[in-house]
Design a binder for this molecule. Sequence first.
Ligand SMILES: [Zn+2]
Length: 469
Amino acid sequence: MVTPGIRKINMKYALRMTEAQHRALQSHLFPGDGNESVALLLCGRRRGAERHIFTVRKLVAIPYDVCDRRPTRITWPTHFMDSLLQEAFGKELAIVKVHNHGFEFRRFSDTDDESDRVLFAAVSSLLDDDLSHASVIMLPDGQLFGRVLGEDGDVVGPLESIMVVGHEIRIWSEVHRAGADGFALRHAQAFGNGTTDILRNLSVAVVGCSGTGSIVVEQLARLGVGRLVLVDPDVIEEKNLNRILNSGKEDAYLKRPKVDVLASAIARMGLGQEVVPLQGNLINTNIIKSVAECDVVFGCMDGVEGRHWLNRLATFYTMPYFDIGVRLDADGFGGIKQITGAAHYLQPGRSSLLSRGVYDMGRVDAEAMFRANPEMYNRHVKEGYLRGVDEDRPAVISVNMLFAALMVNDFLARIHPFRNQPNSEYAYIGGNLCEMQFFPDSEGSSCETLGRHVGNGDVIPLLDRPALS
Ligand SMILES: [Zn+2]
């Protein structure tokens, strides 16, 4: 079977795994005896037009006693691949081989070249799907680098980025976007060249570009994030002008899409970023694919249905997910009852917004009906079968700014740890402005619903949801 397009010259390849997967890999590859070890990863994929991403589903450690292990080479019986190949067959999954080198040998050896060529030619012919696979080397500190192999076992190119999603977000990049310009200097002074370099090579999706989203976008752009994908279905309205950054009366008059208004604001900054404005709802095949091709995702949505989908997406495609929610309760007589907000950080395979109790499925269903079938929704609310969704809640820019900045600072702390307590203490940061208090919290137990989808990548239907078939 020939699939056109996957060998496109400019294709960028990436690998993603969770911290738990990385830890398991490292402890198998470095048992402490100084010899090489090997493991295989079964991976899902996001096969985009420009990015091809491998997402780890499962790790198979090749037992030490069946290998001939030496300090600079290893041989192992390839029949340990059989069950993985059976699992991968017909599902377009990828096989990634990982072995270890010492610090003094930061490249593939001639022996590696030969064994990869033979191994991956065999993998391709057995899977018979003309797709690429990868070979990766781990160094003693857990650092990873690797390359992609095509159907004949020949090297197609490097894995341009490898990301481990945990309490910290660790990224190793092979290829770098050009230019440390003057504007990045201040950040380099604070965070060092390594972090500014990571930001410049990062692709970030912001879902929801309104009251909190526009503020998040402004910060990410000025921090120097290299590529921004903006998602929002709505146009600017006059009622938004009190809080959407960079919006004006003319935008409301012309009914310009929020994503376009923010994209032109970023273009005006002239910092050389790539911006992809996507006007539409997240629950759409093409938008889900575009978001999944980013490295990190920020959710800045009012409702819970979109957040429910985004948490699922981030799990399938092994992405770090930052979520913001702000809530103002007016008493109806010109007074304020409560001003609260929260920034959630969600890792694939751990707790979810649902397992943290941020919402229940009743609210997700109500919003879905409100979106898809307003008539039926109104009838159900009237007859008391459904609790109404929150429309047009009060919103104030100063509150949005505070919590949006809190979330972006949390993101920076994951890339470049700076807090006195470990990042694991801050899965959640809530705040109450009436009490003038912040409540950080660590994570509860893992989400059982989402746990089994980690790294599944592209499946049919997308996200295993019939609505997307
Ligand atoms: Zn080697």
